[in-house]
Design a protein around this ligand. Structure first.
Ligand SMILES: [Mn+2]
Length: 446
């Protein structure tokens, strides 16, 4: 091949070795400090000669990459800065990734085709939508190029959790509460992060034939969808939508990237358990585009001054005992409680933080732990047993006890009473597991 053609075929920044493999030829390349060498060969003697030539002609310890599908570590000479990797496998991995983008693009095209002619599309989320569902609904609408009139986000219940309300507030998304009858006004229904079986053992008639479903929960039967994309190995449906965006060359604006990032973060407990390599990939991709300020506003909503004053009073009376830091706030706005729990865990010696406050007619508390102790969700379930409701994950949980039930059991609901009762209940619940199953703690920390 003539030299000029050959130079055009090479990517920028690459130079090929002119002539044979000799020290003079290497010298002609005029390698500088910071340049690297790559050899493509399946022949061990060629590689040995090449490494020797580079070592004698180029700056000392110039890095060398050997691309080969047959050679093993024993076939290449000793060199402090040499790496051996496959050539065809390297190309194949890149091509595989491109085919995956292509499959994602194909799904996006199918979704658009199915929904294109529809006047009004309901993007249906699970009841009491969570950040993963909200982010996916928002992403689907963007992918379809629609607005809140022609493709509203809808659910059979309100968004109730304060963290999730903070998300829709910060992002300016609205989720409309609808009834099954309201769905008749729509000529298209797309479900994200949920499947129709969630809405009843017998799937309501309107949801037995839907247009689109994209989800990561186990696949259920009992309904038909024109486009169905269910990937149970994914930690979040937001990961699937991130792949859609990426594959279709959609320019992710900061709000959308932040929503999807938060969706992945909450569904995977910040890339903890049940996270796939896809989730990590998508997270990294979104991280470059998200708005840290917006994310902070979602995760740390502004605290009302009254909440801060309640925190001040609670801190004045708090102490860390048996590794438990308990703060009883009195009557507060609900979103103050989880933030106080986060803060309380920072106290020296605290393995557990419990923040409690009175909201309406309930005693509401948030629990955090350092992670290598008993799961927070289990402890809370034990504390509320027979009194209220509660649950959560390994390191975060929430409980609600109606004040009436609390008073009945403990004979009152003054701050002092709450402090004493919660402390005793938590210490007992945390200890119980350790006494019954001393090995549990070891397993958990493994
Ligand atoms: Mn989800």
């Amino acid at each position: 091949m003539p030299l000029d053609d050959e130079s055009r075929a090479r990517p920028a920044g690459f130079r090929a070795l002119p002539g044979g493999l000799a020290a003079e030829a290497i010298e002609k390349l005029n390698a500088k400090e910071g340049d690297g060498f790559a050899f493509v060969s399946e022949d061990p003697s060629f590689v040995r000669a090449a490494v020797a030539a580079v070592s004698s002609a180029a700056p000392a310890d110039s890095p060398i990459l050997v691309l080969s599908d047959r050679l093993g570590a024993d076939d290449v000479p000793e060199h402090p800065c040499l790496r051996l990797t496959g050539l065809r496998t390297l190309i194949r991995d890149d091509v595989d990734a491109e085919f995956e983008h292509l499959h994602n693009l194909q799904t996006v095209v199918a979704v658009r085709d199915v929904l294109e002619g529809r006047q009004r599309i309901a993007i249906l989320l699970q009841p009491d939508p969570d950040p993963d569902g909200i982010a996916c609904g928002y992403a689907l609408r963007a992918l379809l190029g629609r607005n809140r009139t022609t493709a509203p986000l809808v659910a059979f219940g309100d968004v109730t959790r304060p963290e999730n309300r903070a998300m829709i507030g910060a992002l300016g998304i609205d989720v409309r509460k609808v009834s099954l009858a309201d769905l008749e006004e729509f000529d298209g229904v797309a479900l994200v992060d949920v499947q129709p079986t969630v809405f009843g053992d017998v799937v309501p008639a309107r949801l037995r034939r839907i247009e689109v479903v994209v989800d990561h929960h186990p696949e259920r039967s009992g309904y038909d969808a024109l486009v169905k994309d269910i990937r149970t190995s994914y930690g979040a449906t937001s990961t699937i939508f991130t792949e859609y965006m990426r594959a279709s060359g959609f320019e992710l604006h900061a709000k959308l990237a932040t929503a999807l990032l938060y969706g992945i973060k909450t569904d995977t407990q910040l890339l903890g358990r049940e996270t796939s390599a896809r989730d990590i990939d998508a997270f990294a991709y979104l991280h470059g585009n998200h708005s840290p300020a917006l994310l902070r506003r979602i995760e740390r909503p502004a605290l009302p001054q009254e909440g801060l004053r309640a925190l001040g009073r609670a801190l004045a009376r708090s102490s860390v005992e048996d590794g438990v830091h308990l703060l009883v706030l009195g009557r507060v706005r609900e979103d103050v409680i989880p933030q106080v729990a986060d803060l309380a865990l920072q106290a020296e010696g605290a393995e557990w933080a419990v923040a409690a406050g009175i909201v309406g007619r309930d005693l509401v508390f948030s629990v955090r732990n350092v992670g290598h102790v008993r799961a927070a969700g289990e402890v809370v379930r034990e504390v509320v047993e027979g009194l209220g409701v509660g649950g959560g994950h390994r390191s975060m949980a929430k409980g609600i006890i109606p004040l009436r039930a609390f008073r009945k059991t403990y004979g009152g609901a003054r701050t002092e009473k709450i402090r004493a009762a919660l402390r005793a209940a938590f210490v007992a619940a945390i200890r119980r597991e350790e006494i019954l199953r001393p090995e549990a703690r070891k397993e958990d920390s493994a």
